[in-house]
Ligand binder design. Structure first.
Ligand code: CDP
Length: 246
């Protein structure tokens, strides 16, 4: 989050945001499932200007072997940003930010998986950000969750996610890059809707306690809308397969 230039208005007099959205409106989201031939499961998500690919391998034999658990599978997650995904070229390879994001995404996904079914194996999730425009961790969670379902990994629920934040003294849903840079807070949330569980909750910036609780509620509402889209995308793929077989 950066100091906002005096002349930049993130909300106009009519309450519209710089990309034309209303306060509680999501960016456009498109999801495609099964886009990579060599992965066990995959998904591609365009969320606003974010472009994110997720690939799942496993359950498979673990290397190195000492990581093996005799009672369950282990889940490994790598979130990576392509060097060309941001305005200023990102140095290739892991940095503090991507290590942290990989860790929180892993924590967001793990409660949904029934890992005890696959002892001694690993399930590996790769999230590649091809183009970034804020909200890549929530979009990455959404893509990864679809890829896990596509891989046929038994899950208690799909994990969905969305962020809310604060710009110009107002709470808004799903910040874009300018809003993330010049706004005053960003609250990414991931949920498993069936049980009403929150599996990721972070906050960057400044909010009062009341604003924080409102932002969480708003992000959950956003994530529930995204969840419906995830279900539709999965149905669309599998209904197509069934109709091709008939
Ligand atoms: O992407 P997300 O909002 O989950 O994480 P963030 O750390 O709050 O990053 C916000 C945005 O900053 C990213 O989505 C990118 O658009 C941008 N960014 C960048 O331009 N260069 C980086 N090295 C890292 C992030």
């Amino acid at each position: 989050m950066m100091e906002k230039p005096e002349e930049l208005k993130l909300l106009d007099e009519k309450g519209y945001r710089i990309d034309g959205r209303k306060k509680y409106e999501l960016r456009k989201i498109d999801m495609k499932i099964g886009v990579l031939k060599n992965a066990n499961g995959s998904a591609y998500v365009e969320w606003g200007k974010n472009k994110i690919l997720a690939a799942v391998y496993g359950p498979r034999e673990i290397h190195p072997k000492h990581l093996q658990r005799s009672d369950r599978a282990i889940l490994r997650v790598r979130y990576n940003m392509a060097p060309f995904s941001v305005e200023e070229r990102k140095k290739p390879g892991p940095d503090r930010r991507s290590v942290e994001i990989s860790k929180v995404i892993r924590g967001a996904l793990e409660p949904a998986l029934i890992l005890e079914l696959f002892p001694r194996t690993s399930i590996d999730v790769f999230i590649e950000v091809l183009q970034a425009d804020a909200g890549t961790r929530v979009a990455g969670i959404v893509a990864a969750s679809l890829a896990l379902a596509d891989a046929g990994i038994p899950m208690k629920d799909l994990v969905s996610a969305c962020a809310a934040g604060k710009i110009e003294d107002e709470l808004v849903l799903d910040l874009n890059k300018e809003e993330d840079n010049y706004g005053s807070a960003d609250v990414p949330v991931a949920i498993m809707p069936i049980k009403n569980d929150i599996t990721l909750l972070q906050m960057d910036g400044y909010l009062t306690k009341e604003e924080f609780l409102e932002a969480v509620k708003l992000a959950i509402k956003g994530a529930k809308a995204v969840y419906q889209k995830q279900r539709e995308a999965l149905k669309e793929k599998y209904l197509n397969i069934i109709s091709e077989e008939e």
